[in-house]
Design a protein around this ligand. Sequence first.
Ligand code: IPM
Ligand code: MN
Length: 353
Amino acid sequence: MNLNIAVLAGDGIGPEVVEQAQKVSDAIAKKYGHTINWTPAITGAAAIDAVGEPYPDATHEICMNSDAVLFGAIGLPRFDNDPSNPVRPEQGLLAMRKKLGLYANIRPTLVFPSLLHKSPLRPELIENADFVCIRELTGGIYFGDKGRNEARDKAWDVCEYTKPEVERIIRLAYTYAMARKKKLTIVDKANVLETSRLWREVGQSLEKEYPEVKTEYLLVDAAAMRIIQWPEGFDVMVTENMFGDILTDEASVISGSMGLMPSASIGLHTSVFEPIHGSYPQATGLNIANPIGTVLSAAMMFEYAFKLMDEAQEIKDVVNKSLAEGIVTEDIAGKDKAYGTKEVGDWLAAQIV
Ligand code: IPM
Ligand code: MN
């Protein structure tokens, strides 16, 4: 099979971790007789510096013409530290999500048996945790009207959702729940927010179409608590854009490190596969960043974009092996020996023969 993949490495540690995922993907392609054509494209701060915008049209063209996009990370402190800057790298990520119509971000919470003892949570609390968060990705406060008054002493970000937007993401969540343990948790803040009341209303009308699925509604503050108190109580969780952003960072603690967590963003056009972590600028070029989140995002890419299940499984298997054998970066090594980003990537690729 010919796999045409756009590579948007982005900023900070993005290029380093993406390189490892490409290495592992190439090894898999070689073993299973596929040909990967990688097409690099610029985004984020790198694109602002080169052409003045974080998601140039040329990059969008490349994404639209590819079968999948492998994405690294976006963002640099020199932009964070200057709030008056009109162009920001993150706008590139948001523009990409919007223009590719990526309305759903699938974030599985993975528990690695060999890392149970590395989690700040007690092993018996998390060993049976296995849930997936479906985060709405192209609506809500991220994309609503935002601005300042003339005196610039008042600011606003509007949270908006339409019924069709809510319906398509909750329906998608139901299809995931049907394929899993048939439990869906709809997370909102319906005791305060009108948008949340719309979410709940839509949930209640769709519930009837999926009688086999046990649907529950949970307020986001309670959900935040329950994720660390009783994570095995969740199967599929669906929520709006910003709640999903926050809750999935929290949930990554279950697995032991945010550097391990992959995601798939799917929707109307080409799907994007990206780790949930950020650009970790302090680590840029130091060969210490954990490449596993991106490697597992590549596994999701084989599964979701190409339906190559064996290939995806083999990537997950070698990742588990590396964790079990302690071939890990410093974020999970603790007092044990830490390997470099590149060494972990090389080790993983070398296992695939
Ligand atoms: C994520 C990131 C992004 C988000 C940032 C970089 C804009 O935190 O993918 O979770 O908030 O969506
Ligand atoms: Mn985030």
